[in-house]
Design a protein around this ligand. Sequence first.
Ligand code: NCD
Length: 357
Amino acid sequence: MKTKHVVDLTDLSHKELMEIIHLANEIKARPEDYMDACRGKILSTLFYEPSTRTQMSFQTAMLRLGGKIIGFDNPQNSSVAKGESLKDTITVIGGYADIIAIRHPMEGTAAAAAMYSPVPIVNAGDGGHLHPTQTLTDVVTLYNEAGRLDNLCIGLCGDLKNGRTVHSLIKTMTSFPNNRFILISTPELSVPQYIKDIINASQCNYTEVSSLVEAIPELDVLYMTRIQRERFSSEEEYRKQDGVFVLDKPKLKLAKKSMKILHPLPRVDEIDVEVDYDDRAKYFIQTVYGMYGRMALILKMLEGSRREFSPRVMPTHHYHCCNKRCITQTEKYLPAIFTEAGGDMLLCRYCDGRTLI
Ligand code: NCD
């Protein structure tokens, strides 16, 4: 595989993505053929934020490939608590492990880590920004359960502002023809503008609605998400959004028999437990597909990879990103890197945040 780091799934070419989906299915069919495929290799999981599925799925994936794992899931038990920078942690762990999966509350962390890592970096979630391996989980699920990745009417419902899995999924699905997105949220939790710009620049289109009941009959896929409590400025703000969208049996009666229900999990209260027993519910099998997807991704990323430091990256501008959740706010040594987005607008290369100059 040509790509060294996976900050988002769109870092992979279409061909690479399809190869990974097919490899995931091959591993699922014949796991015994792959049980030594990563013998002698080490995966490090650096989780600065809570996780059940993503972390354990990465770890299980590496163990099932015959490799070993190191890492932390509580940065307070590591030198981070002594004030170590991301750059130094990554440089050191890059000397121990062959591949690093990193999750962090600040947006753009994986892109920053990739600048200093001598080994491949996989983004396991950076704040409310992106989550490519959840998207890999989602596409492996759709490929197998819906039978296609194109010509789908995809409803995404819930916290579309802070839900990083939503952003990565939309970005990837715009690269398949004739997908249509129905974005179901309150106005406060709608998809960020840069994601809408990506849809507009593709051959796909979207509509924004506020009623799940009205949208559900049209959908081939319903992607439910929880309201991301930890990303709200106050409990009061969260409470205003909590419980607005709940998928239950009466609503499901309005949906197509062939509709597939996905959810990145964890679920809070946005899907009634009764729905679990409906054939259309795919969110638990989705976690199994995710493990095979991550096995395939690890294998491909380690293929021919060598430990080598990346050249120093120089700043492109003298401005600071104004996104308060951008990693450049806390790791001050990071070079400011922007792309010009037309007019007075700069787009931060770490977090995709917009800065007006
Ligand atoms: C998601 C995440 O962490 O962004 N969970 C996951 O990785 N499966 C979704 C969420 O936390 O709501």
